[in-house]
Ligand binder design. Structure first.
Ligand SMILES: [Fe+2]
Ligand SMILES: [Fe+2]
Length: 274
C-alpha cells in the first residue's frame, strides 16, 4: 500500500471555501476529515466578505433577531427561539472560522490547525442546537437570522484581532450565557437542552484558552494579556461584551485567564446581554 500523499487529502482552504460558497446547511455542516492538507497556497483568492446563504437563511437586520432573555426558557415557544438564535451564532462561527482559514494563510500552522479544530466544534454545536430546536417543533429559518458576528468582520482582519474579538470577547461571554441558559433549562425541566448547553460550554473553555494562547504569542513583549486584549478591541467591541449578566469565574480560570484579566471582566458592566 502506498502512503497517503497530500493529494489524497482535501485541502483545508477548499473545505473552508466550500463552507462560505455553499448556500445550504448540509455543506456548511458537513464534517471535515480529521486529516487535511494545509500546505501553503500563497496565490489563492481572498475570502468573500459575506457567506452564500439560501434565501431562508439570509442575514437580516431589524426586529426579531435578538436572543430572548433567560426568562424565556420557561416557555417552550421562547425556548425554541433561544435555540434558534444560538444555532445562528454557531453558524456564523463556522463561517467566520472558515473565513479566517482563508484570510490568514501566512499564520503559524499550529494556529491554523486550531482554527480548523474550532470550526469542527462549531459545526457540532450547531447540529446539537438544531436537534433540540427540532425536538421542540422548530426549524432553522423559522425566525429572521441576525448577522451580528459577520457585522464585525472589520474587527477580525488580523490573527491578533480575530482571537481578541472572537475567542476572548464573544466566546468568553458565551462561558456565562451557556451556564445561565443551562440552569434555566434545568429549571424548565428540559434536561436535554441543558446538557447541550453544558457540552457547548465545555468546548468554549477550550476555545477561549486557544485565543489566550495565541494572543500570548502575537502580543508585544512586556504587554500583559489583558492590556493586549483591551488595546486590540475597537468600539463597539469592549470588555462589557466579554461577559454575561453573571460572571462565572471558574471557567475563566480553567481557560487560563489570569487575575488581572478576571478582574477586568468583573469590573465591566454585564448588562449588555448577548
Ligand atoms: Fe460554538
Ligand atoms: Fe466556540
Amino acid at each position: 500500500m502506498t502512503p497517503a500523499t497530500a493529494h489524497d487529502r482535501p485541502h483545508v482552504r477548499d473545505l473552508a471555501r466550500d463552507v462560505l460558497r455553499a448556500p445550504d446547511l448540509a455543506t456548511k455542516l458537513a464534517a471535515w476529515p480529521a486529516d487535511v492538507d494545509d500546505t501553503p497556497r500563497p496565490h489563492d483568492d481572498p475570502p468573500p466578505r459575506a457567506p452564500a446563504r439560501a434565501p431562508e437563511l439570509a442575514i437580516r437586520t431589524g426586529p426579531g433577531t435578538k436572543v430572548p432573555p433567560l426568562e424565556g426558557m420557561a416557555d417552550p415557544a421562547q425556548r425554541a427561539r433561544i435555540l434558534h438564535a444560538f444555532a445562528n451564532h454557531e453558524l456564523q462561527a463556522v463561517e467566520l472560522f472558515a473565513w479566517a482559514l482563508l484570510a490568514f494563510g501566512d499564520a503559524p500552522p499550529a494556529f491554523r490547525a486550531g482554527l480548523a479544530s474550532t470550526l469542527r466544534d462549531e459545526q457540532r454545536h450547531m447540529r446539537l442546537y438544531l436537534e433540540r430546536l427540532e425536538a421542540l417543533g422548530g426549524r432553522f429559518g423559522d425566525h429572521p437570522l441576525s448577522g451580528y458576528f459577520w457585522g464585525k468582520l472589520d474587527e477580525l482582519d488580523t490573527p491578533r484581532r480575530f482571537v481578541c474579538a472572537m475567542c476572548l470577547t464573544f466566546e468568553n461571554a458565551n462561558l456565562d450565557h451557556t451556564l445561565d441558559y443551562a440552569a434555566a433549562a434545568d429549571v424548565a425541566g428540559d434536561a436535554e437542552t441543558a446538557e447541550v448547553l453544558r457540552a457547548v460550554h465545555a468546548d468554549e473553555v477550550r476555545h477561549v484558552r486557544f485565543g489566550l494562547r495565541w494572543l500570548d504569542a502575537f502580543k508585544e513583549p512586556g504587554e500583559s494579556l489583558v492590556e493586549a486584549w483591551e488595546s486590540t478591541l475597537r468600539w463597539p467591541l469592549r470588555p462589557e461584551l466579554a461577559r454575561g449578566r453573571t460572571l462565572h469565574e471558574a471557567p475563566r480560570r480553567a481557560a487560563g485567564l489570569d487575575d488581572a484579566f478576571v478582574r477586568r471582566l468583573a469590573d465591566a458592566d454585564g448588562r449588555s446581554g448577548p
